[in-house]
Design a protein around this ligand. Structure first.
Ligand SMILES: C[S@@+](CC[C@H](N)C(=O)[O-])C[C@H]1O[C@@H](n2cnc3c(N)ncnc32)[C@H](O)[C@@H]1O
Length: 281
């Protein structure tokens, strides 16, 4: 029949096409209810190791929830005291984190260099740490010391973070002053670009290009329509600034953009821009 394994009632589990392992699907047939269920297995690329953790206990789940609430409280406090650099009221959602790390997920097996700009309390970091492998380099640049404390604590306490703690290095400095020794394969930025003065934004975009390896990927996000809304409600001077910021980001995207994702499951909804260094920078 060409079937590799058959379990008897109540469920018959059939692994089809054993000659082309591994099949990404599991077919489960329940004869009593006449149901066939097709499940898509999570497939890892060869060589990628997934950290297998035991299911969390109730205490661990409670701790995790408590930590997430604490991170939110930290974020809100930083938003009220340092609005210009914090840029949002709450951390990004996991949907935004998934979208912004889309290309990192398709990484090569060989060691890579990753830079995260403005990690805050670690919304994107929490996903990045799951995509890293031994031998990779991971740098985080964050200027807010309160966020740096949170990140350090997470690298000490959370299992997926602990697994790459030796690979990761946090730099408590503004990105525009950061001087890495080498370029990066991936740059993921959570910086609030629309809050920056045009001269600083120009400096930032030049910094990204300078730090990216030829062929490297750069991903950042912006809240949907925020520029248009702020342009229409701002007074003259602020409107001029928004117009300039808009044109810098537009030029940057026109030059290097390869795709844009819309993420509705975020507060506020956001666009994720994916840019590719041309290779002859
Ligand atoms: C919008 S928050 C994003 C935080 C996190 N990535 C997220 O999505 O939840 C912006 C972050 O960028 C940091 N930041 C702002 N300006 C920066 C700069 N010039 N250099 C480094 N970090 C900066 C802020 O402190 C903050 O953590």
């Amino acid at each position: 029949m060409g079937l590799s394994s058959v379990e008897t009632a109540p469920c018959i589990r059939l692994a089809l096409r054993p000659q082309v392992p591994p099949t990404p699907y599991t077919f489960t047939f329940n004869p009593r209810r006449g149901i066939i269920r097709v499940t898509l297995k999570t497939v890892c690329s060869p060589g990628r190791q997934r950290l297998k953790l035991p299911a969390p206990t109730l205490l661990e789940k409670t701790n995790r929830m408590f930590r997430a609430l604490k991170q939110r409280a930290t974020f809100i406090k930083q938003f009220t005291t340092r609005f210009e650099t914090t840029g949002s009221l709450v951390p990004s959602s996991r949907f935004l984190a998934k979208s912004i790390t889309r290309y990192l997920r398709e990484r090569a097996e060989s060691p890579i260099r990753v830079l995260e700009c403005g990690p805050g309390t670690g919304a994107f970091t929490n996903r990045i740490v799951r995509l890293l492998q031994p031998g990779d380099t991971y740098h985080l640049v964050e200027l807010n010391e309160r966020f740096v404390q949170t990140l350090k604590r997470r690298f000490e306490e959370e299992p997926h973070w602990q697994a790459v703690a030796k690979t990761a290095q946090i730099f408590e400095t503004p990105l525009q002053e950061f001087q890495p020794a080498e370029k990066y394969d991936f740059i993921i930025s959570g910086l609030p670009h629309v809050n920056f003065p045009p001269a600083l934004l120009e400096q930032m975009t030049a910094t990204y290009v300078r730090m990216l390896k030829p062929g490297g990927m750069f991903s950042y996000f912006e809240y949907m329509c925020v520029l248009r809304i702020r342009k229409s409600i701002s007074l003259f001077g602020a409107r001029q600034r928004m117009r300039k910021v808009n044109s810098i980001l537009q030029d940057f995207c026109n030059k290097y953009r390869i795709g844009r994702d819309s993420v509705w499951m975020n507060f506020p909804p956001a666009w994720v821009q994916h840019l590719n260094s041309p290779g002859d920078d």
